[in-house]
Design a protein around this ligand. Structure first.
Ligand code: NAD
Ligand code: AHE
Ligand code: ZN
Length: 379
């Protein structure tokens, strides 16, 4: 029996309030309206940002909500006016939309898109309403994706069709973690051959920066992490060095150490921790005159970054990167081809797998120190 134009009742992990475990519920997923699509989510990764918002420190965090923004699935139905995808397409949800019409999209200077960002931040579809109901209540959407539901509705500008031969348990990681890190190195920084780089934080994002640095033939690729278990992971993906800042002699800071290892400082550094003190160290470990530090990590409400202005006066640059600078609809299909051809490694980063009913275990894994990415089978 066709589900087109009707509500679908399915399972979803609902975050009723901040700081509480997710609750598996039956939810109603309304049909897509004009310029919207409904996706059957097959797999979703669990990103540090999902835990961040669930913890209650996200200024945009609002509840009750269906979290998740790293998902792959198949289009079930489309609303009026949708031309970029069709039922049956294998797709990746995009938390960074690409409308190709707004000032941002047309600027040629950024991958950020203004088309749906305001309502997305409020947890609503572009028309200001929600497609999710549960126990008589409306549930909010998250980052324009809500992949912790077996079915979700997203804007047509927030989805891209990709090669259907690629396993969706892998391509889901292209919805955030892998793409963010890889793009930060290859698109935002545009690391060049021989450049010395340092990556703070060896989670899925940081290790993907390592892969981007390897692709662009960086010189030293130094991974900095306070968890020694990340050392083998760093080398596995191509790091040349690993430093645990907690193990340095008392009178040597991580900034001193990196400057000494790179003859004056790094060409590029990347914060993949979300810790504002780490962000400062990453900036100050850059080479005088040209070094650039890229903030990728997401910091809690109220946090601010600081450094002596002299660090910038003397030529260091402080930049940020969202979704690795990738334009999702234009560039993700190519990244999926890179995965299929073996140019990029994704599955090696999947350390844990769960069924939807055990999705809370994926959050526990993340905090356990042994996890790069947990992938949840939503089917
Ligand atoms: P993760 O939790 O898997 O990895 C973080 C790593 O940082 C861990 O290995 C941890 O040991 C290490 N770490 C923590 N404190 C440290 C310190 N003081 N010094 C060095 N290392 C330290 O996280 P992830 O999923 O890889 O995400 C990394 C960050 O990037 C998060 O803040 C996440 O919210 C953010 N993020 C941003 C974007 C974006 O588009 N800007 C996209 C995805 C994730
Ligand atoms: N809501 C937070 C900001 C969160 C944030 O910075 N998100 C990143 C993506 S994290 C993916 O795991 C991002 O892309 N930001 C750009 C954007 O448009 O959201 C806050 O501080 O309000
Ligand atoms: Zn993410």
């Amino acid at each position: 029996m066709s589900t087109v134009g009707k509500s679908i009742f399915c399972k979803a992990a609902v975050a009723w309030e901040a700081g509480k475990e997710l609750s598996i519920e039956e939810v109603e997923v309304l049909p897509p309206r004009a310029h919207e699509v409904r996706i059957k989510i097959h797999y979703t990764g669990v990103c540090h940002t999902d835990a961040y918002t669930l913890s209650g420190v996200d200024p945009e965090g609002a509840f009750p909500v269906i979290l998740g923004h790293e998902g792959a699935g198949i289009i079930e139905s489309v609303g009026e006016g949708v031309t970029n995808v069709k039922p049956g397409d294998h797709v990746i949800a995009l938390y960074t939309a690409e409308c190709r019409k707004c000032k941002f999209c047309k600027s040629g200077k950024t991958n950020l898109c203004g088309s749906v960002r305001a309502t997305q931040g409020l947890g609503l579809m572009p028309d200001g309403t929600s497609r999710f109901r549960c126990k008589g209540k409306e549930l909010l959407h998250f980052m324009g994706c809500s992949t912790f539901s077996q079915y979700t509705v997203v804007a047509d500008v927030s989805v891209v069709a990709v090669n259907p031969t690629a396993g969706m348990d892998k391509t889901c990681l292209l919805g955030c973690g892998f793409t963010t890190g890889y793009g930060a190195a290859t698109i935002t920084a545009k690391v060049e051959a021989g450049d010395n780089v340092a990556i703070f934080g060896a989670g899925c994002v940081g290790l993907s920066v390592v892969q981007g640095a390897v692709t662009n033939k960086a010189g030293k690729i130094i991974v900095v992490d306070i968890n020694n278990k990340k050392k083998d992971w760093a080398f596995k993906f191509g790091a040349t060095d690993f430093v645990n800042p907690l193990e340095l002699p008392k009178d040597v800071t991580i900034v001193d150490k990196l400057i000494e290892m790179t003859d004056g400082g790094c060409d590029y550094t990347f914060d993949c921790t979300g810790n504002v003190k780490v962000m400062r160290n990453a900036l100050e470990a850059c080479h005088k005159g040209w070094g650039t530090s890229i903030v990728i990590g997401v910091a809690a409400a109220g946090e601010e970054i600081s450094t002596r202005p002299f660090q910038l006066v003397t030529g260091r640059n402080w930049r940020g990167s969202a979704f690795g600078g990738f334009k999702g609809r234009t560039q993700l299909p190519g990244l999926v081809e890179d995965y299929i051809s073996g140019k990029i490694q994704i599955e090696d980063m999947i350390t844990h797998r769960h069924q939807l009913d055990q999705i809370n275990d994926a959050f526990h894994d993340m905090h356990g120190g042994d996890c790069i990415r947990a992938v949840v089978d939503m089917k």
